[in-house]
Design a protein around this ligand. Structure first.
Ligand SMILES: NC(=O)c1ccc[n+]([C@@H]2O[C@H](COP(=O)([O-])OP(=O)(O)OC[C@H]3O[C@@H](n4cnc5c(N)ncnc54)[C@H](OP(=O)(O)O)[C@@H]3O)[C@@H](O)[C@H]2O)c1
Length: 278
């Protein structure tokens, strides 16, 4: 069994593991197998979304794991068709039904879709769900500071988490500074670079893997943790699931953290949530 990630306290009081399992692009069958296996290995945070079309599999995996519900942290996200106060509540109920759960640990607005212009209402819906105790924490995903300004101004309530694309090649400094100033927890998606290998095969990452006697993925995941970030990383492979969780027995030297951050290719390397979203 690998280690279990420590937790960070979110602004509205929930305790979220700093590292979790991503489930895109698993289908239901794969998600059921991998989620059960990952929980058995020590994973406690599972990240899914309506859009991944695998919430049923994730829920089945949670059940098959035999873990106590209160020991797990389940995140899901809803699409733009649910951007409204009542609609967000309906999205939540539909996700709970597919997952076979009676509460969510974290519910996220998946993308702001500013051209649709309704993410503030979606946020008001999430605030209500938090007040009702249907969810333990609420957040956003792919929100830029300009989008966050609007939801905070409208409600006075900050997201617990903003989940954004982030890696040493895409460091998102402006978003991180904004989050930090307000106490919002940053959660990195595609933390080890996603399906492409540019991050894991970067020469500096390879050099540091050699230096620390760790794998490239472990060095990069450690970079997130040593940068004050949290992350969800996906693997469907048992060996890599173990590997990705075995990052709590070493730390990068601050100079190496900075050197990795210097690989940043700028904001243009991230998907632009003003024009993309679902
Ligand atoms: N909010 C959003 O808009 C958004 C967008 C994208 C993703 N996400 C979430 O974030 C999660 C993580 O992002 P991601 O899946 O795009 O990228 P990722 O976790 O950075 O990378 C996953 C890829 O790396 C491979 N991999 C995993 N561990 C490895 C290791 N130790 N060594 C070498 N390769 C390894 C995986 O293949 P194997 O499975 O074969 O190991 C997979 O191809 C997603 O699963 C999803 O839950 C959210």
């Amino acid at each position: 069994m690998a280690s279990t990630a420590p937790t960070v306290e979110l602004p509205h009081g929930a305790a979220m593991p700093v590292l979790g399992l991503g489930t895109w692009p698993m289908d239901d069958t794969e998600a059921e197998r991998v989620v059960a296996e990952a929980i058995g290995l020590g994973y406690r945070l599972i990240d899914t979304a309506e859009n991944y079309e695998n919430e049923r599999g994730v829920g089945a995996g949670v059940k098959a794991s035999g873990a106590a519900r209160e020991d797990l942290f389940v995140t899901t996200k809803f699409n733009k068709q649910w951007h409204g106060v009542e609609l967000a509540a309906e999205a939540c109920e539909r996700s709970l039904d597919r997952l076979g759960l009676d509460y969510l640990d974290l519910l996220l607005i998946h993308w702001p879709n500013p051209q649709q212009g309704q993410y503030v209402d979606a946020w008001k819906g999430l605030v209500r769900l938090l007040e009702q105790g249907r969810v333990k924490a609420i957040g956003t995903s792919n929100f830029k500071p300009s989008h966050l300004d609007r939801v905070i101004e409208a409600t006075g309530v900050i997201p617990d988490v903003n989940q954004i694309q982030l890696s040493p090649l895409t460091t998102r400094l402006e978003a991180r500074a904004y989050h930090k100033e307000r106490g919002i927890v940053t959660q990195s998606w595609s933390p080890i670079g996603g399906e492409g290998t540019a991050v894991r095969e970067d020469p500096l990452v390879l050099e540091l893997a050699e230096k620390y006697g760790k794998t490239p993925a472990q060095v990069v995941l450690r970079w997130h943790l040593d940068s004050g970030l949290t992350a969800v990383a996906k693997s469907s492979n048992r060996g890599r699931l173990v590997e990705n969780l075995e990052v709590f027995d070493f730390e990068l030297h601050p100079d190496d953290v900075m050197a990795l951050a210097a690989l940043d290719q700028g904001e243009g390397s991230a998907a632009d949530s003003d024009s993309f979203g679902h």
